[in-house]
Design a protein around this ligand. Structure first.
Ligand code: NCD
Length: 315
C-alpha cells in the first residue's frame, strides 16, 4: 500500500518573499519546521524525501548561515546539493543573471536557492527557469526564510507570536531581514516597532503599519522581543552614521538600554553580528536572553520545511 501524498502547504512553486503568502501558508511552514527540529537533533538526520532531486545554491553575495543551512537542509532530506559561489565584483548584473539562468536550467535542477544584491533577482529567475526558486535574500527587498526561522524561534520560546511587541532595531534601510519580518510578524498578529536613526529608516517606513522610534530607550519600553540588525556598511555609499562608536552609544544594545524592555525580554540577531557596534558582547553571549544560536538551529529546520513544501509540488 502506498502512503497518501502529504497535503500541499504552499500555493505556489516558488518562495520569493513573505509578501504573497497567506497566514495559513506561513503557519503551515512553521508547523512543518517544528517537526524537522527533532529530525535534526536525532543521531540519524537523513531522510529520503528529496532523493534523486538536485538543489543548486547560487550565491552572488557572501553568506555563512544561509548557504550552509540550505546545504545541510537539502542533504538531510536526501537531495544532491551543488554550491555555486559567484564573485560579485566581476559580474554585470542583468546580463549575467539571464546567462546564469539558462546555464543552470540546462543542468535540470529541481530547486534553485538564490541570493543576489539586486531586489527582484529571485523573481526574475523564477520566470526564466523551469525549477522552483527560493529567495535567499535579494538586495534590500526580502529574505523570507530568515523571517520564517525568526518566527519559529520566537514561537518555540514564547508559545505564540500574536499579541507580542517586537522591536526591530538598527539599519532598517538596507535590511531585507527587516522587510520580511515586518510582513510576517504583522500577518501573525504581533505589534512591530522600528527603532533607528532617521538616516537608516526608509522613507516609506510610515506605510509599513508599524510604530517608529528614533530614541532607543523609548522604543524599547515594554517590548517582548528585541531584534537587532547589522550595520550594513557594504550597502552604504557615503556616511549614514557619524562613527560606529557614536552609533553604539545611541543604538547599540547594552544592559542599560535592554533594561527598558519588558522584564524577561529576548534578544535576536540574524547574524553576522558586529560586537560592540550594534550589540554588546555580554548580551549576545547571555543564554538567558539571547536567542541567536537557537535562530541558527531553527534556520536548518525551517529550510528543510521549505524544501519539503516545495517538493510536494514538483512533478
Ligand atoms: C542577513 C542578510 O544577508 O540579509 N544575514 C543572514 O542571512 N543571516 C543579515 C545581514 O547580512 O546583516
Amino acid at each position: 500500500m502506498t502512503s497518501p501524498s502529504p497535503s500541499p502547504i504552499l500555493k505556489t512553486s516558488h518562495l520569493l518573499g513573505i509578501e504573497g503568502l497567506s497566514a495559513p501558508e506561513v503557519t503551515g511552514l512553521l508547523d512543518l519546521g517544528e517537526s524537522y527540529v527533532a529530525q535534526s537533533r536525532a543521531a540519524n538526520k537523513k531522510a529520503a524525501l528529496l532523493k534523486g532531486r538536485t538543489l543548486i545554491n547560487l550565491f552572488f553575495e557572501a553568506s555563512t548561515r544561509t548557504q550552509s543551512s540550505f546545504e545541510l537542509a537539502g542533504k538531510r532530506l536526501g537531495a544532491d546539493v551543488l554550491n555555486m559561489s559567484v564573485k560579485t565584483s566581476s559580474v554585470s548584473k542583468g546580463e549575467t543573471l539571464i546567462d546564469t539562468a539558462s546555464t543552470l536550467n540546462a543542468m535540470r535542477p529541481d530547486i534553485l536557492v538564490v541570493r543576489h544584491q539586486d531586489s527582484g533577482a529571485a523573481e526574475l529567475l523564477s520566470r526564466k527557469l523551469d525549477c522552483s526558486v527560493i529567495n535567499a535574500g535579494d538586495g534590500a527587498h526580502e529574505h523570507p526564510t530568515q523571517a520564517l526561522l525568526d518566527a519559529l524561534t520566537i514561537r518555540r520560546r514564547t508559545g505564540r507570536i500574536e499579541g507580542l511587541t517586537v522591536a526591530i532595531c538598527g539599519d532598517i534601510l538596507h535590511s531585507r531581514v527587516a522587510r520580511s519580518n515586518i510582513r510576517l510578524l504583522a500577518m501573525l498578529g504581533a505589534r512591530v516597532r522600528l527603532i533607528a536613526p532617521r538616516t537608516l529608516l526608509p522613507c516609506e517606513a510610515e506605510r509599513f503599519g508599524v510604530d517608529i522610534f528614533t530614541d532607543m530607550k523609548q522604543g524599547l519600553a515594554g517590548v517582548d522581543i528585541v531584534m537587532m540588525l547589522r550595520l550594513q556598511l557594504e550597502r552604504m555609499s557615503g556616511a549614514f552614521v557619524p562613527s560606529t562608536r557614536e552609533y553604539f552609544r545611541f543604538y547599540g544594545l547594552d544592559r542599560e538600554k535592554l533594561s527598558c524592555a519588558k522584564s524577561g525580554a529576548l534578544v535576536m540577531h540574524p547574524g553576522p553580528m558586529n560586537r560592540g557596534v550594534e550589540i554588546a558582547s555580554d548580551i549576545a553571549d547571555d543564554l538567558d536572553v539571547s536567542l541567536i544560536s537557537e535562530q541558527v538551529e531553527m534556520g536548518v529546520a525551517i529550510r528543510m520545511a521549505v524544501l519539503d513544501a516545495l517538493a510536494r509540488g514538483l512533478s
